[in-house]
Design a protein around this ligand. Structure first.
Ligand code: THU
Length: 136
């Protein structure tokens, strides 16, 4: 599926806006994500940290979980942004969650430089374990 530059820019703006709401008192690292669905909905997420560090949820997973909870449709595009100079790429856990909902999801990673790294979720996590791996 092709996406217009206008739509991608809209998602970048949405991800930047939600990034400001990150709850990141431990790392001081703010991330934002904006998911676009096959129902043409935009759903955003920021990272939400916890004093029990391991309970931290990344921006991408917050956005995807919100899309599920809001019955917004299947994520087809996800923009990720952070305060890194280079494009912020999703962690392994987020890649696994992306695969769960759409291995073909286009993931657009951005950072302060404005450079973009664009990959399908399945490219970010090759040989992944997914619903098809369970057999039976
Ligand atoms: N984080 C994200 O939200 N998304 C990413 O793509 C990378 C990392 C968050 C998790 C944690 O709150 C902080 O950034 C530092 O790792």
């Amino acid at each position: 599926m092709e996406f217009s530059e206008e739509l991608i820019r809209e998602l970048v703006d949405a991800a930047e806006a939600v990034r400001a709401r990150a709850h990141a008192p431990y790392s001081n690292f703010r991330a934002g994500a904006a998911v676009y669905t096959d129902r043409e909905r935009i759903v955003t997420g920021c990272n939400v940290e916890n004093a029990s560090y391991g309970l931290t949820i990344c921006a991408e997973r917050v956005a995807i979980a919100r899309a599920v909870a809001e019955d917004a449709g299947r994520p087809v595009l996800c923009v990720v942004t952070g305060s890194t100079e280079e494009p912020l790429t999703p962690c392994g856990a987020c890649r696994q969650v992306m695969i769960e909902f759409n291995p073909a999801m286009l993931v657009v990673c951005t950072g302060r430089s404005g450079e973009r790294l664009v990959r399908r979720a399945a490219e970010l996590l090759p040989h992944s374990f997914g619903k098809g791996s369970l057999g039976g």
